[in-house]
Design a protein around this ligand. Structure first.
Ligand SMILES: C=C(C[SeH])C(=O)N1CCC[C@H]1C(=O)O
Ligand SMILES: [Zn+2]
Length: 596
C-alpha cells in the first residue's frame, strides 16, 4: 500500500537530498573555477565534474521514477519527487552531455575574451565589453564611434558563435525531448507551473505597451533633437544611440532627455566617485539596506570568496552573477564592479539573489530556488526601487539637494522609467525569438533576420546598418550564448512592482489614492514590518507553487501590470501631454534598414 511506500520514500529522500547537495556543491565549485578563470585546465575540470554529477543524477532519477510518487499523500514529499522526476540535460548520453556543456562553455569563453580596437586609436586593441565598451556606449555622443563599437562587437562575437549555437539548439532540444518536453522552450516554461503562461505574458505586454509607446516616442523626439536626421521622425530608433550595447535600458541618455532640463540634475555616478565610493563600499551600502529591514547580513566567507572587481591577470566571465554553493554556508557574487550608478543598482540586484539563498537555505535542496525564476530576479530590484527614490538617496547622502519638488520628482521617475519601461519589450522578445527557434518554427537560415523582425515589432528599434544572415546579432547578448532563459526578467519587472506596493503598504510609505504617499516616492529603508513580510515569502523557496508565495506577500495570486502602471502613472500623464504638445508620432513606421 502506498502509505508504507511513502514512508520508505521519505527515507530515500533524505539520502538523495544529501547526495544532491554534495553533487551541486562540487559542480558549483568547478563552475566557479572556470567562470572566474577561463583556462583549458579549468574547462577540463568543469566538464569532468559535470559528467560525474550527471551520471549520479541519472542513477538517482532511475530510482525516483520507480516510486508511485503521484499517489503520495504528503504534499512536500510528493512535490520533491516531482522535481526529482525531471532530470534535465543529464538525461543526455555522456558524450552528448559533454558536448552540450562544452559548446556553452566555449561560447562563454569567446564572449568573455572578445577585445575590440578603439575607434579613435586603431592600434589600441584591448577594449573588452566590461568596462571599456559598456562605458563607451554609455557616455559617447559620437554616432560614428557608437556605430563602430556596436558593429565590431557583433562581428567579433556574433559571427564566431553561429555554428556553436546551432549545435547548442540541437543538443538542448534533444535533452528536453528525453524529459518528455516537446522542445527546450516547454522545458523552460515548466518552471512557471501554469499551462497558459505564454498567454498570461502576452496579456501583460498588451497592458504595458501603451506606456512603452509613449516613452519610445518621447525619447525618439529627444534623440532627434540631439543627433538630427540620423534619427528619423517616425521610424524605429537606431539602437546604437540608446546608451546600452543591446538597447535594453536607456538610462544613459537621461542627461539630454530629462523632462525638466533646467532643474539641477545630480549625476549619481559623479557623486559616488566624488565620495570615493569603491566596489566594497557599494556592496557594504547594499548590505546595510538589507540588514536595516531585518534581512540577513552577508556571511564572512561571502567577503573572503566573492570576486567583486575585474582581475587584471586572467580571463573571467564578467557578467554579474550570484552563486549558491549548496552547503547552506557558502554564497558569493562575481561582478566586475565599476563605480557607476548602473553598477550601484546591479549590486543590489545581485545581493537580492544572495538574500533569497540565505532565506531558503534550510529548505530541502529541491526547494532551494525562487518560487519561479522571476521571483529570484525581482528581490534585489525591489530593494533598489526604494534605494533609487530621491528620499533614500538624500538619506544616505548621495543627493545634495535638500528638498524635492514636482519637477525633481518627475525627473527621477523618468530615470527609473528609462530602465524599467524601456526594458519590457526586450525582456519579452528575447525568449519569443528563442521559443520559435527551439520549436523549429524559426529555421537556422532565418535566425538573424527573425531577430531584427522582433526587435522592430516589439521594441521599435533598428540596426545602424543593414544586416544579413551572415551576421548573428543575438549572440552579442550574454544570455543567448550562456543558455540562460530571459523571460524571468520580464516577469521580474512586472511582479517587483506588485511586491513594492505590498512592502510599501506594510511600511506605511504608500496608500492607494493618497497623493501624499504615492508609490514612486516609497522607501522601505529601516522598516522591519516590510522586511519581515518579504522574508516570509522568500523563506518558502519553491516549496509551494508561485501563486501561493505571491499571495503571502501581496494577497494576490496572479501577475498583474497594475503595480508598474500605478508607479509610473505621473510619468505616463506627463509623457502623453508632452508628446501631444510636440505633436510627435506615436509608434513607428517600418524600418528602411534591410536584413536578408
Ligand atoms: C544582472 C544580471 C545577472 Se542575473 C542580469 O543578467 N540582468 C539583470 C537585468 C537584466 C539582465 C541583463 O543584464 O540582461
Ligand atoms: Zn539576476
Amino acid at each position: 500500500p502506498v502509505e508504507n511506500e511513502e514512508i520508505e520514500a521519505q527515507n530515500f529522500l533524505k539520502t538523495i537530498n544529501s547526495k544532491t547537495e554534495e553533487n551541486q556543491h562540487s559542480l558549483a565549485l568547478a563552475e566557479w573555477a572556470y567562470n572566474s578563470n577561463i583556462t583549458e585546465e579549468n574547462l577540463r575540470n568543469q566538464l569532468a565534474v559535470a559528467a560525474e554529477v550527471a551520471k549520479d543524477e541519472k542513477e538517482i532519477w532511475k530510482k525516483v521514477i520507480q516510486y508511485n510518487w503521484r499517489q503520495f499523500l504528503d504534499y512536500s514529499t510528493k512535490r520533491q519527487f516531482s522535481k526529482y522526476a525531471i532530470l534535465g540535460s543529464s538525461a543526455l548520453s555522456e558524450d552528448k552531455f559533454r558536448q552540450l556543456r562544452k559548446t556553452i562553455s566555449d561560447m562563454k569563453a569567446i564572449y568573455a575574451k572578445a577585445k575590440l580596437c578603439d575607434f579613435k586609436d586603431p592600434k589600441k586593441c584591448d577594449l573588452a565589453l566590461e568596462p571599456e565598451l559598456t562605458q563607451i556606449l554609455a557616455t559617447s555622443r559620437n554616432p560614428d564611434e557608437l556605430k563602430h563599437v556596436w558593429l565590431e562587437w557583433r562581428n567579433t562575437v556574433g559571427v564566431k558563435c553561429r555554428n556553436l549555437y546551432n549545435d547548442y539548439v540541437n543538443l538542448s532540444n534533444e535533452a528536453a525531448r528525453l524529459n518528455n518536453f516537446s522542445d527546450t522552450s516547454e522545458y523552460w516554461l515548466n518552471d512557471y507551473e501554469v499551462s497558459d503562461f505564454k498567454q498570461q505574458v502576452q496579456n501583460l505586454w498588451e497592458q504595458l505597451r501603451p506606456l512603452y509607446l509613449q516613452i519610445h516616442a518621447y525619447v525618439r523626439f529627444k534623440l532627434r533633437e540631439k543627433y538630427g536626421d540620423v534619427v528619423s521622425e517616425k521610424g524605429p530608433i537606431p539602437i546604437h544611440l540608446l546608451g546600452n550595447m543591446w538597447g535594453q535600458t536607456w538610462s544613459n541618455v537621461a542627461d539630454f532627455a530629462l523632462p525638466y532640463s533646467g532643474v539641477e540634475d545630480e549625476d549619481l555616478t559623479a557623486e559616488l566617485i566624488r565620495q570615493n565610493y569603491t566596489a566594497v563600499k557599494i556592496f557594504k551600502t547594499a548590505e546595510e539596506f538589507f540588514k536595516s529591514i531585518n534581512l540577513t547580513e552577508m556571511p564572512q566567507t561571502f567577503w573572503e570568496r566573492s570576486i567583486i572587481t575585474k582581475p587584471a591577470d586572467r580571463d573571467m566571465v564578467c557578467h554579474a552573477s550570484a552563486w549558491d554553493f549548496s552547503d547552506t554556508k557558502d554564497f558569493r557574487i562575481k561582478q566586475c564592479t565599476e563605480v557607476t550608478k548602473e553598477h550601484f543598482v546591479i549590486v543590489h540586484h545581485e545581493m537580492g539573489h544572495v538574500e533569497y539563498f540565505l532565506e531558503y537555505k534550510d529548505q530541502p535542496v529541491k526547494f532551494r530556488e525562487g518560487a519561479n525564476d522571476g521571483f529570484h530576479e525581482a528581490v534585489g530590484d525591489l530593494i533598489a526601487l526604494s534605494v533609487r527614490s530621491t528620499k533614500h538617496l538624500r538619506k544616505i547622502g548621495l543627493l545634495k539637494s535638500k528638498t524635492d519638488n514636482s519637477q525633481t520628482i518627475l525627473n527621477n521617475l523618468f530615470k527609473v522609467g528609462l530602465d524599467k519601461i524601456t526594458f519590457l519589450p526586450f525582456g519579452y522578445l528575447m525568449d519569443l525569438w528563442r521559443w520559435d527557434i527551439f520549436s523549429g518554427k524559426t529555421k537556422p537560415e532565418n535566425y538573424n533576420c527573425k531577430w531584427w523582425e522582433l526587435r522592430e515589432k516589439y521594441q521599435g528599434v533598428e540596426p545602424p546598418v543593414d544586416r544579413s544572415e551572415e551576421d548573428f546579432d543575438p549572440a552579442a547578448k550574454y544570455h543567448i550564448i550562456a543558455d540562460v532563459p530571459y523571460l524571468r526578467y520580464f516577469i521580474s519587472f512586472v511582479i517587483q512592482f506588485q511586491f513594492h506596493r505590498a512592502v510599501c503598504e506594510k511600511a506605511g510609505q504608500y496608500e492607494h489614492n493618497n497623493p501624499d504617499k504615492p508609490l514612486h516616492e516609497c522607501d522601505i529603508y529601516q522598516n522591519t514590518d516590510a522586511g519581515n513580510a518579504l522574508k516570509k515569502m522568500l523563506s518558502m523557496g519553491s516549496s509551494k507553487p508561485w501563486p501561493d508565495a505571491m499571495e503571502v506577500l501581496t494577497g494576490q495570486r496572479t501577475m498583474d501590470a497594475s503595480g508598474l502602471l500605478e508607479y509610473f502613472k505621473p510619468l505616463q500623464n506627463w509623457l502623453e501631454e508632452e508628446n501631444k504638445k510636440n505633436g510627435v508620432f506615436i509608434g513607428w513606421e517600418p524600418s528602411k534598414k534591410v536584413c536578408k
